[in-house]
Design a protein around this ligand. Structure first.
Ligand code: 6PG
Length: 229
């Protein structure tokens, strides 16, 4: 996979294939950061917009920065502008992390309740998500599961508030929730990710991304810059 565009195209093909499986409502856990933006933009182009089953898909976020929705750091804002504002999404199918007039802790429990409502059984052996999208930080974090944070050991809650060192507060889904999926993919681009990607692939479990064990399929979409293995 050479450049970011190829990465986005390959991920888009994979995603419409995964979303085309089965029938009934399905959920996607969206990734934030900069790498998935091209994928989101691609899914609403002529080539892909008719291949996404918009009427069946519910859109959740794997993590969110605890900032207002109109803040430029907001993953919700990025995703709405890149994709969801341009797609035939039915009312009630977009599930942003609450970041206004609630505390971070309240936000996490409200979001967990919303995920449980959508899921039904509450047993994570039953896939919560059809597709989980994840990124990779240069320090090995994924979603907002950062090295050295208590969230890494959370096995009961589906969502928690975290304030990693030197970072603003975020809300993140936990491993049990993010691992409850049929299909998961890491999207990784750029030379600055080369070392950490190699370490994750080598199974360095000091890195949160290397500890991610989805119940379903795991794919890696990495561009040539990142994937020098
Ligand atoms: C976030 C993300 C985070 C991101 C990585 C990679 O909210 O920031 O969910 O986990 O995926 O930091 O970010 P880039 O794609 O911008 O390198």
């Amino acid at each position: 996979m050479s450049g970011p565009d190829d990465l986005a195209r390959a991920a888009a093909e994979w995603m419409v294939h995964c979303l085309g499986e089965g029938s009934g409502p399905v959920a996607v856990a969206l990734s934030g950061g900069s790498t998935p933006k091209r994928l989101y933009e691609l899914l609403v182009t002529e080539t892909f917009i008719r291949r996404v089953p918009w009427s069946r898909v519910h859109w959740f976020w794997g993590d969110e920065r605890f900032v207002p929705r109109d803040d430029e750091r907001s993953n919700y804002r990025m995703t709405m502008r890149a994709m969801l504002d341009h797609a035939p999404v039915p009312d009630g199918h977009i599930h942003p992390v609450p970041t206004e007039s609630v505390s971070p802790e309240e936000s996490a429990s409200v979001y967990e309740a919303e995920l449980r409502r959508f899921h039904g059984s509450g047993r994570l052996e039953d896939p919560l998500f059809q597709v989980v999208l994840l990124g990779l930080g240069t320090n090995g974090h994924t979603a907002s599961l950062f090295p050295g944070t208590p969230a890494l050991d959370e096995r009961t809650a589906w969502a928690v508030a975290v304030t990693p060192e030197g970072e603003p507060t975020r809300i993140t889904l936990t491993y049990p929730a993010l691992e409850s999926c049929r299909h998961a993919a890491f999207l990784v681009a750029g030379a600055e990710k080369r070392d950490v990607l190699a370490r994750v692939r080598a199974g360095d479990t000091t890195l949160p991304a290397a500890r991610y064990r989805p119940r379903g399929e795991l794919r890696w979409f990495a561009d040539a810059e990142a994937d020098h293995g």
